[in-house]
Design a protein. Structure first.
Length: 281
């Protein structure tokens, strides 16, 4: 495979996502595979890559700001009692191989490598499924295994002292438009009401598109959502919300998020059935 090797996801024969396995990026962006562009079935892009406001936001993927002090998110590191700090602590996610590769998805093996060596081995499964003629689902599961002989832990700026900044894990940088997108769950509306809280599903609604995120396992549903709409449009599932996640040698942490990608502006009555269909066995 070349340095620019990619996989293209297709739904009903239409390309809906481009997966870049070996991006050529500076170390401070924590190089890692990502999906971009991701589009609706009508072709509307719903991701952004390296935007001016956050150059380390790379479409859709898995990123963690603190694995035993190493930054696999990109950009500055939040240091307790000091704030965001430029450190030479960036790791990278390295594509090893596709164990399975089809037009509608793939299974990939990755190595999470810090300046001191490999910390984690990941198995990532991505699948694209048609739901209707206006909506499809992106199903992403990641399994992170500690391959060192020592205990590791996963943290976030929130666990390091920055309230409300529990980003890290699955993250989707959405399309930025002149008007900020709306966000809602089954029981709440607005960034202030949904950020930092668990919900069975969460919808981000733009001008002509809607993304509906859902945890597809019991553990994933317990993780609160990280949500931004005004500063930038982005949604993540918080892996380390209020405390660090311990990862003893040989142990694995697994999360699964399914995202409905729809044309049009869905409401609660139209979003909920699509989510149920997307996460049903």
């Amino acid at each position: 495979m070349t340095s620019n090797d990619t996989a293209v996801l297709r739904v009903a024969g239409r390309p809906v996502g481009r997966y870049v396995t070996r991006p050529e990026l500076p170390a401070r962006l924590s190089p890692r595979p990502y999906l971009h562009p991701v589009t609706t079935l009508a072709g509307t892009a719903v991701t952004e890559l390296a935007p001016a406001d956050h150059a380390h936001h790379l479409g859709v993927g898995v990123a963690v700001p603190d694995v035993e002090g190493f930054n696999f998110w990109g950009g500055r590191t939040y240091v307790r009692d000091q704030g965001p700090t430029e450190l030479d602590n960036h790791g990278s996610q390295r594509h090893v191989a596709f164990q399975l590769r089809d037009p509608d998805g793939f299974v990939e093996e990755l190595r999470w490598v810090s300046p001191g060596g490999e910390l984690l081995r990941e198995r990532r499964t991505v699948a694209a499924t048609e739901l209707t003629d206006r909506a499809w689902a992106l199903d992403l599961t990641f399994s992170l295994t500690n391959v060192t002989g020592n205990p590791l832990s996963i943290g976030s700026p929130a666990t390091n002292g920055r309230p409300g900044a529990a980003y890290g894990g699955f993250f989707w940088r959405a399309r930025k438009e002149p008007t900020a997108p709306e966000v809602f769950t089954a029981g709440a509306d607005g960034e202030e009401k949904v950020h930092g809280r668990p919900a069975d599903w969460l919808a981000l609604r733009g001008a002509t598109w809607t993304l509906v995120f859902a945890g597809a396992t019991e553990q994933t549903r317990r993780d609160p959502w990280f949500v931004r709409t005004e500063e930038y449009p982005g949604v993540g599932s918080s892996l380390a919300y209020d405390e660090r996640v311990p990862l003893p040698p040989g142990e694995t942490v697994v999360r699964r998020v399914v995202t409905v990608v729809a044309d049009g502006r869905l409401d609660r009555d139209t979003a909920a059935p699509l989510v149920r269909k997307a996460v049903s066995p």
